[in-house]
Every structure is written in C-alpha cells, then in structure tokens.
Design a protein around this ligand. Structure first.
Ligand code: SF4
Length: 278
C-alpha cells in the first residue's frame, strides 16, 4: 500500500522547473520535430542510444540528425535509405554500436514503414508484455539479417521481455510516444497509457527503493512491474506520470542514494525518503 504522503511529495516533484531536465534528456531530440513521422523515427534512434552518459551519446544523435537533414529530414532519410546513406554513416559509432548497426536500424525502420505505414502501427494494444513483446517481435521480423548474425550491439536494441530484461529503453520510447501529457509526445493514440511500464534505470530503481515503491534491488522486468503497480495505486490511468521527474532527481539533481545535505535539503521527497536525513 503506497503512502498518500508520497503522492503529495511526488506531485510536488512534478511542479519543479523541468526546462533544465529536458535539456539533458534524450526526449529533447524527437521534440525538435513537429511531424509525428519524424518524431517516432528520431525517438527510436534517441531511445536506442540512451545508455551511458548523455554528454557522450547526444553528439552521436546530433551527427545522425545532420545526415538526416542533408536528405530532407528523418522521414525522407529513412524512406530513401540506401547504400549512399549507409556510407555516410560509416564514421558513426557509440560504444559497442558500429555503423552497420545504425544502417540495420534504419533499414528495419524503412521496412516497418513500408509494411505498417508508421512505426507505431507495429504495436498493438494489450497488456504490457504482449504490447511491447509483440511490437518488438514485428520489428525483429523486419531486420534483413538472421538473428544469429546480429552483432552484440544490435542485439541489445531488440531485447525480449521474455528474457526478464526490463526493456528500459523501449519503455522510455513508449512513454514518449504514448503518454498524452508533457513532456511526452502522445502521438500513438491507439495505445493506452495505463498499460505502460516504468522505464527502470539505476536512478528510478534506487530512488524507488528509498521511497518504498519497490523492495527489489535489481533493475529487471519484475522491478519495473512492482514500481509501476505502486505508481498505479496513485494514478491508475497514467502510472508512469512520475517517471520523468523521478529519473531526473538522479540524472539532473544528483541524488546519490544517501544523505548529502546540499542535495537532500532541497529534495521534495526528503520527508518520505529513508535516507532523507543525516
Ligand atoms: S532525500 Fe536525498 S537520498 Fe532521498 S531521494 Fe532526495 S536526494 Fe535522494
């Protein structure tokens, strides 16, 4: 049972000035575009690269957006993707993802758009595992290379919920596309925000434990379910409404998971956090 005092505190967190948070968030990339087709393409790219430090992956996304701009924008880039675009991606790399992974991702998006009209249409309404797992499976089926030949880097982009992975980057992408309220884009209106799971990263997992949203220590699928169930007690129609703010308490505000006077002193969650006082 979630304490109502926590809800008041989380609502207080939502009232914080989020401009600085957005400037550090990969959601800022799809938000630059007005056309939903561009938004879902750039959103998928940004979500796939949203691992590690934002200072490191943001320049890679910027580099690809420049290549897209040279071809008239994200949608024209994907729909016309061919050997010339693949060659232009050759210098692009991020950690274990190399240019063939990026080329494969854009060719997959191209196939999905040819078959479904838009990426979002590959995802069907349903309970979380079915909605996400079915969507990823339809995308996997449009990769022009057998799975046993995928690179390790590409494999991490298309996980299976059946493996216990929290699929954090996919729930992040779905949150951006499905939630109807800012800062999210809400362009996939055929899907129900109440069926979203929390994108659990280290920050959300740790802070979730500190304020009693979960008792679990891992950042896997079951923890995502547990945190979402706690949020759903507070807001069943939109259980991931607090995710952006909670994540940025760690990403932008520097929550260290333990009492640090200068950080905890101004934290809206201090009264309900078990590390909130020294
Ligand atoms: S009170 Fe401190 S430890 Fe607790 S959530 Fe806030 S910043 Fe993190």
């Amino acid at each position: 049972m979630v304490d109502r005092a926590l809800q008041q505190r989380l609502d207080g967190l939502l009232l914080q000035d989020t401009k600085g948070w957005l400037a550090r968030d990969p959601l800022r990339f799809p938000r630059r575009f007005g056309d939903p087709a561009d938004q879902e393409i750039v959103g998928l790219l940004a979500a796939m690269l949203a691992y590690g430090r934002v200072e490191l992956f943001a320049p890679v996304i910027e580099k690809i957006l420049l290549l897209m701009a040279e071809k008239g924008g994200p949608t024209l880039f994907v729909d016309g993707f061919g050997s010339e675009e693949e060659e232009a991606l050759r210098p692009v790399l991020y950690r274990w993802n190399r240019h063939p992974d990026f080329a494969r991702l854009f060719r997959m998006m191209q196939r999905v758009r040819q078959d479904f009209g838009k990426i979002g249409a590959a995802f069907e309404p349903g309970p979380p595992k079915k909605m996400l797992g079915g969507g990823i499976q339809r995308l996997r089926a449009r990769v022009a290379l057998p799975m046993d030949q995928w690179s390790v880097g590409f494999r991490t982009w298309l996980p299976s919920p059946e493996d216990g992975s929290a699929c954090k980057r996919w729930w992040l992408y779905l949150r951006w596309m499905v939630r109807q309220e800012a800062p999210d884009l809400g362009i996939w209106t055929h899907l129900d925000p109440s069926q979203l799971l929390t994108p659990v990263d280290t920050h959300v997992s740790r802070i979730g434990r500190l304020v009693g949203l979960t008792g679990r220590k891992d950042a896997g699928w079951r923890t995502a379910e547990e945190i979402t169930a706690s949020f759903a007690e507070l807001c069943p129609r939109d259980p991931v409404r607090y995710d952006f703010a909670l994540a940025h308490l760690g990403i932008s505000e520097g929550c260290a998971g333990r009492f640090v006077a200068e950080i905890c002193g101004s934290c809206p969650l201090q009264p309900v956090c078990r590390e909130g006082t020294g």
